[in-house]
Design a protein around this ligand. Sequence first.
Ligand SMILES: C[S@@+](CC[C@H](N)C(=O)[O-])C[C@H]1O[C@@H](n2cnc3c(N)ncnc32)[C@H](O)[C@@H]1O
Length: 244
Amino acid sequence: MGVGPGPGYVTEAAAKALADADCVFYEDYTGPLHLESIRRYAKTEPIRLTRRDLEDESGRAILQCLEKGGRAVLATAGDPMLATAHAAVVAAARRRGHRVEVVPGVSIICAAMSAGCLSVYKLGGVATVTYPRGGVYSRRPYELAEQNIKRGMHTLLLLDVKEDGSFMPPRDAAAVLLALERLEGRGVFKPETPVVLVHRLGWGGGAKYTNLAQIAASDYEGPAVIIIPGVLGPVEEECLQTLR
Ligand SMILES: C[S@@+](CC[C@H](N)C(=O)[O-])C[C@H]1O[C@@H](n2cnc3c(N)ncnc32)[C@H](O)[C@@H]1O
């Protein structure tokens, strides 16, 4: 079940699922989750599951609740299935014969495209900007943006989650993209590259049409997404100018 990008986005369907559940679980490593919104509707105290509980242990606590005949809910920020690995939990429960309903939420991906004035018809592949691991950078955002730009498509970049559960600030993401440019050198991420920054949506943040150099020098907080616009239509261009 998704509870949207921030407070106030719990749908009636999500509220009903919470009210009907015997066990309420949540995770907050794929996006910040407003726990009070969940408590408002749930009849039991929500239990936090970590990435390890869900991805390494296959959501065992959820399956145990189901196997005792209970109804279980797993609440996530945004939409529960977009840019997450939660399909594995759904599949594990269905394989054991349980009925599973996915309750969609307002995804940060949809919300960011809306707030950023960009047409989803031109959204190309999505990637995540990650911190270098063991000194090695993932080249995926660079290669994907390069392909999307060639086709005139927009590139939506999600930002890494740190080990301590905090979200990569936009300045760190801009620094990673500029470092990738130094490694690859094909002119995909230049300091003057125009970008749409969507930060802390639903939590008092907003959207800004700016460039990579300005983001690298900014103090916006995460969570955030960075969109590299492709070829802009006149309506997109006109709307983007209002985000300067
Ligand atoms: C792995 S994605 C999960 C997306 C989620 N399942 C959804 O559909 O909304 C998590 C990333 O989305 C971005 N994000 C999450 N919440 C956000 C928010 N409220 N405002 C801006 N970006 C956000 C951050 O880049 C974060 O690392």
